[in-house]
Design a protein around this ligand. Sequence first.
Ligand SMILES: [Zn+2]
Length: 407
Amino acid sequence: MKLTGPFTQILPLDGLPLKGTLGDEQLSIIPNGGVLTEDGIILGIGDFDQLRKANPSAQNEEITGPQVLLPGFVDCHTHICFGGNRAKDYSMRIAGKTYLEIANAGGGIWDTVTQTRKATEQELTETLIQRANRHLNEGLTTIEVKSGYGLSVQDELKQLRAIKAASAQTKAKLIPTCLAAHMVPNDFSGSQEEYLILVLNELLPKIKNEQLSNRVDIFIEQSAISADNALNYLTKAKALGFDVTVHADQFTMGGSKVAVEVGAVSADHLEASGEAEIKLLAESDTVAVALPGASLGLGMNYPPARKLLDAGACLAFASDWNPGSAPMGDLLMQAAVMSAAEKLSAAEVFAGLTYRAAAALKINNRGILSPGMVADMQSYPCADYREILYYQGKMKPVAVWTGGNKA
Ligand SMILES: [Zn+2]
């Protein structure tokens, strides 16, 4: 048994609603707090001195100086398993070149597919571990990782095997997702429907057999997969036992409607969502996921986060860390910057980075600090939690724990 503390403040993010608006006055704050853990699980949380007295045999992990403790953040949407980079694309985009001009110059998703196919499984594993560990050091203890740069049975399996191998070599918890339906690959001669049938018949059963993932994602967009084909694909993927999630309403509407109809765990992006989409999401169990890193990378508007919360939706944030549109990957900075534009409370931001993001991954033992939960935690070098967003993501945690141990 171990007692960690005393922390100047602990924000357990406990006892808060899954959906809708949150005010900072709803946050419970434990001053002079401690956390009692055993075998990686939280046994108790509360006043440090009382925990000390009640558990004299517990080993003490002493915290010195002002520190604020939060649950580890959950990044519920990333594409950090890839080869190469797209700095050339990015320079063209910021200089004002269009999507088509960039694609014609050999850029876009297909460029990353080409570079990811060239990489060995070992190379993909090693670069993924580096990115996951960078994230972990910045307080992100759970990280979803998508495939989607293989786009053939063999190369999608290579990516998912790399994610599985990396998972065993990082202290961050990695959640793999199959995004073979990212786009129809340029070298596939058949139709969109035929490509999705190939994925359903040839790839998803192998993923099940090898236990590589239980989640399936799709990019619904005029330039990627149509809403009709997506509905059919996701319905069949669900019947095979997969949880489904959707890249929805990034440039045009249509994706979030499919997500709600099929009962997706989350609908991510939503930059183009209108009033009808907001209402649909708010009335559903589908988590709305904002990806401010994509808005920053593309120079586009943010999703309507304030309206989603006011309508009663469950809103989470994720980095969308990827080599094309969101290369920064700094989720706290992105959420902090977006909160000023969208008028979000600190409570709404922290909820969206912790337990609400965990809900988007159907994880129920992380994202809150309370007895029975996994002790994934992070502490910041300040005396008041409000300083964390005040520094707009520049202040990083001084310590990060996964399963009760310092990472
Ligand atoms: Zn994405």
